[in-house]
Ligand binder design. Structure first.
Ligand SMILES: *[C@@H]1O[C@H](CO)[C@@H](O)[C@H](O)[C@H]1NC(C)=O
Ligand SMILES: *[C@@H]1O[C@H](CO)[C@@H](O)[C@H](O)[C@H]1NC(C)=O
Ligand SMILES: *[C@@H]1O[C@H](CO)[C@@H](O)[C@H](O)[C@H]1NC(C)=O
Ligand SMILES: *[C@@H]1O[C@H](CO)[C@@H](O)[C@H](O)[C@H]1NC(C)=O
Length: 190
């Protein structure tokens, strides 16, 4: 009869050891997964990571592309940037272009053009304010050759035609802002 408590105790210890052996690697996997899923980059403005804003940008841009002539769809206003530069510089250049959109293009577009235009303007205004709060000096990029090139190409077009062309490229602008207006974060830091 003395054997039974000893056996039970042994079994318990074996079970505990087995549980530790099984659970410990699972815990490690869990931690590793948690660490890997931590965002490494974080965008500098909320609408840039908002899927609804993203969808509105896509919808409005596609709608404007549908209004342009075939000839207008054969070229691009938005400069192709060298992505090897400092990301914050690329971000602030596009913050300058965004500022131009808000003051010279979107100002002439209302909900009669597309029912979600007001919402788009509210979100893009927010992005512009956030980027300036994060240190983008919009006027500093006024004379950047890419900003100049963009305005020069646009000014060659008739106003209405130019507005549609520019709005048709707002998805490209949004993509640059999403990709480069981010805080690089080290995965090992927090
Ligand atoms: C985008 O357009 C699709 C169809 O054209 C529509 O179903 C969807 O609700 C729109 N989404 C937004 C956020 O505008
Ligand atoms: C406008 O946006 C809302 C959601 O924000 C969406 O349900 C609706 O379909 C959009 N309208 C159009 C015409 O895309
Ligand atoms: C922003 O840039 C302009 C032009 O380069 C400069 O004159 C101005 O001092 C800058 N403003 C700030 C707050 O750095
Ligand atoms: C990540 O952090 C380490 C140590 O703090 C540092 O040496 C390294 O340069 C950092 N990497 C980036 C991309 O910031």
């Amino acid at each position: 009869m003395k054997m039974i408590p000893a056996a039970v105790s042994l079994l318990r210890r074996a079970a505990t050891a087995a549980a530790v052996l099984v659970l410990f690697p699972l815990l490690l996997i869990g931690w590793a997964e948690q660490a890997a899923s931590l965002p490494v980059d974080r965008s500098l403005s909320e609408p840039l990571r908002n899927p609804e804003t993203h969808q509105i940008v896509q919808n409005i841009s596609k709608h404007a592309q549908g209004l342009q002539t075939e000839e207008d769809s054969s070229f691009r206003l938005m400069p192709r940037v060298n992505t090897d530069q400092d990301h914050m510089k690329i971000c602030c250049l596009h913050a300058n272009i965004l500022d131009f959109y808000l003051n010279n293009i979107l100002k002439h577009r209302g909900d009669q053009v597309h029912p979600n235009m007001t919402r788009l303007k509210v979100d893009m205004n927010r992005v512009s304010e956030d980027l300036q709060d994060q240190g983008c000096n919009v006027t500093h990029y006024q004379d950047h050759h890419h900003a100049v090139q963009f305005r020069r190409k646009l000014n060659k077009m008739a106003p209405e035609q130019g507005f549609n062309k520019a709005v048709g490229e707002i998805d490209i602008l949004f993509m640059y802002l999403q990709d480069f207006c981010v805080l690089r974060r080290n995965a090992t830091e927090n």
